[in-house]
Write a protein that binds this ligand. Structure first.
Ligand code: NDP
Length: 298
């Protein structure tokens, strides 16, 4: 495939996103955009890659800001006539550390859901219309976004029902948005566990937001299957436990290792049969998002 091809990685001034840009610069035939919400940090990251002889391009992108996403879309449309690869990598994790008051958990629920789920969805809704035939989309989920993270601790029956709704092959955006809102709203009163969500804990708000990303990927896959544009593929991925700011530098994998599965999915050749709409582990194996089991961590 030739022509004016272009790849974009969100939140790529550091961590797994940065290493994904590095890998794509080496392997993708076309322009690769490192994007960052903060221009200074983004340009510094671009300079770092240029020192390695790579040629990433830069565009500002704050996924919390609709006008920033629209500017990127217009730039891509005008310069490349569309988009070939989108890696939805940008995300936040606000750990709920011991001793913090409940109001902080409630605030974390709102902020985390906004960025990781709703604003990632908005990026998709703005950029999907310009995807070209054979485009590849990769949503960074997590092992913490696997459906088995819902155990129905407080209410086994509600947990069961919630899992059934989230994994329904007919799930719509509206229904999923409603479920994500239910988590945020019930978390304001500390009542989320009653609805089947994981009880308050260190990763809870992040877990629910990433379950949202994964459930959304399945809806998006279904939509691409019916799309008139040929061979657009989306998958969700657990990149591994990676040594980044998000993991407080406790992850066991280097950022380069963490970028292996995301970049592999971004570079899937034309007309592959699999993976499509699937949950992919860091070693490139496919894991059943509903039933698991998940492989052990390295
Ligand atoms: P980092 O915290 O190292 O990097 C996150 C990146 O996202 C940063 O560049 C950050 O920008 C950017 N970002 C955050 N908010 C926004 C925003 N509103 N608009 C644009 N960019 C934004 O995280 P990782 O590299 O560890 O994580 C990358 C992805 O992988 C995430 O989706 C994460 O959930 C997922 N993941 C990570 C795991 C791990 O072990 N590290 C495990 C499983 C999944 P800035 O520098 O300005 O803060």
């Amino acid at each position: 495939m030739s022509g004016n091809r272009v790849a974009v990685v969100t939140g790529s001034n550091q961590g797994i996103g940065f290493a994904t840009v590095k890998e794509l610069c080496a392997k993708f035939e076309g322009s690769v955009y490192l994007t960052a919400r903060n221009e200074e940090r983004g340009l510094a990251a671009v300079e770092e890659l240029k020192k390695l002889g790579l040629q990433p391009k830069f565009h500002q992108l704050d996924i919390n800001d609709e006008s920033s996403v629209l500017k990127l879309r217009d730039h891509l449309k005008d310069t490349y006539g569309g988009l070939d690869v989108l890696v939805n990598n940008a995300a936040i994790l606000l750990p709920f550390k011991e001793g913090l008051p409940d109001e902080v958990f409630a605030e974390h629920a709102k902020t985390t859901m906004q960025t990781n789920y709703f604003d990632t969805q908005r990026v998709c809704k703005i950029l999907f219309p310009i995807l070209k035939p054979h485009a590849r989309v990769v949503n960074l989920s997590s092992m913490l976004g696997h459906l088995t993270q819902i155990t129905g601790e407080d209410s086994v029956a509600m947990g069961y029902e919630l899992k059934a709704k989230l994994s329904s092959p007919d799930l719509t955006y509206e229904e999923l948005d409603g479920l994500m809102k239910n988590f945020v709203d019930s978390a304001q009163k500390g009542e989320h566990a009653k609805y089947g969500w994981p009880a308050t804990g260190y990763y809870t708000t992040y877990i629910v937001s990433k379950i949202g990303v994964s459930a959304m990927t399945r809806i998006q896959h279904r939509d691409f299957e019916r799309d008139s544009r040929e061979d657009i593929i989306i998958n969700h991925v657990h990149p591994g436990y990676v040594n980044t700011q998000m993991s407080e530098y406790r992850g066991v994998l280097t950022i380069e290792k963490g970028a292996v599965a995301p970049s592999w999915l971004a570079l899937l050749p034309p007309n592959v049969q699999e993976p499509k709409g699937l949950f992919v582990w860091c070693d490139k194996t496919i894991v059943d998002w509903v039933k698991g089991p998940m492989p052990p961590l390295d």
